[in-house]
Design a protein around this ligand. Structure first.
Ligand SMILES: O=P(O)(O)OC[C@H]1O[C@@H](O)[C@H](O)[C@@H](O)[C@@H]1O
Length: 273
């Protein structure tokens, strides 16, 4: 499968697949791989199981379109690539096609801008309504983080947001607890979330900030949910956690000619004390 590599002089690197514009690997300078990629990736109907696929214009099964929409299994076109000392970046584009119009009758152009810095990865999804009718859409940057085996996992920053528990099909109020322990199968849509969030495992943390996205999905199959997923091995269910900036509950309404932008910044480093 074709991939595009970005580097910085300090040793950060990231690999992007034009198929789905999926970031499949990200290592900050001096650090390890931050993203999860299943060793069974590619062995089901999905192009990859891991990295950062783009979800558009439908989240999960919340409509009649294929799960997670129309763009994670199309090859995006490379618009520009620039390798610099401190920042390297890529711009990819995809647009509505005969196939997409047959399923969803709206003309769109998507750009994904990926910027790699020393410790940071920034991604900006730009949605342009290139047709004549307004449309509403859902979107997400479906970020799979790699977890260290057996090390407690916590997420900070979701304490003030209520959520939809997809496993129990119920709406839950905000917990008010500053730290959320991830130690079981979870599939939640946090609504009207604050930023930044922090994923912590022992001394290691990833900070996530975002703009334009209003919700955050937290998903891990853990041991209980993994057996139903053909392209994640049983021992990998506890080694991944998706934290996905998303627009789900209040899909943006984009008039003809309108442009929407959502961006995410992830930064890896030592946990704050
Ligand atoms: O298997 P897929 O289509 O990549 O979806 C993976 C998961 O994606 C998450 O975003 C959803 O909340 C989960 O419900 C879903 O199972």
């Amino acid at each position: 499968m074709q991939t595009l590599d970005l580097y910085t002089a300090s040793g950060a690197r990231c690999t992007v697949m034009p198929l789905g514009a999926t970031v499949v690997s990200w290592c900050p300078a001096g650090g390890k791989e931050q993203l999860f990629m299943s060793r069974l990736s590619g062995q089901s109907g999905l192009p990859v199981r891991g990295g950062i696929p783009v979800v558009f214009p439908q989240f999960a099964e919340m409509g009649h379109l294929p799960k997670h929409g129309l763009v994670r299994d199309v090859v995006w076109e490379l618009v520009t690539c620039s390798q610099g000392e401190q920042i390297s970046s890529l711009l990819l584009r995809t647009q509505a096609s005969e196939a997409s119009l047959a399923l969803w009758p709206f003309a769109y152009t998507l750009h994904l801008h990926i910027e790699l810095y020393e410790q940071t990865l920034r991604m900006t999804l730009e949605v342009t309504n290139s047709g004549t009718q307004a449309f509403q859409f859902q979107a997400a940057l479906h970020t799979y983080f790699q977890l260290q085996q057996g090390v407690p996992v916590t997420v900070h920053g979701l304490d003030q947001a209520g959520y939809i528990d997809k496993l129990q099909q119920i709406r839950m109020p905000a917990t008010g607890k500053t730290q959320l322990s991830v130690n079981q199968w979870m599939d939640r849509i946090y609504l009207d979330t604050a930023t930044p969030l922090q994923l912590t495992q022992a001394e290691h943390a990833v900070q996530m900030g975002y703009l334009g996205f209003s919700d955050v999905v937290l998903w891990t199959p853990w041991q209980q949910g993994v057996t139903a997923i053909p392209d994640i091995a049983d021992d990998e269910g506890c080694r991944m956690l998706c934290i996905e900036p998303a627009c789900i509950a209040q899909p943006p309404l984009l008039p003809a000619g309108g442009v929407w932008r959502g961006s995410m910044v992830v930064c890896a480093g030592p946990a704050a004390r």
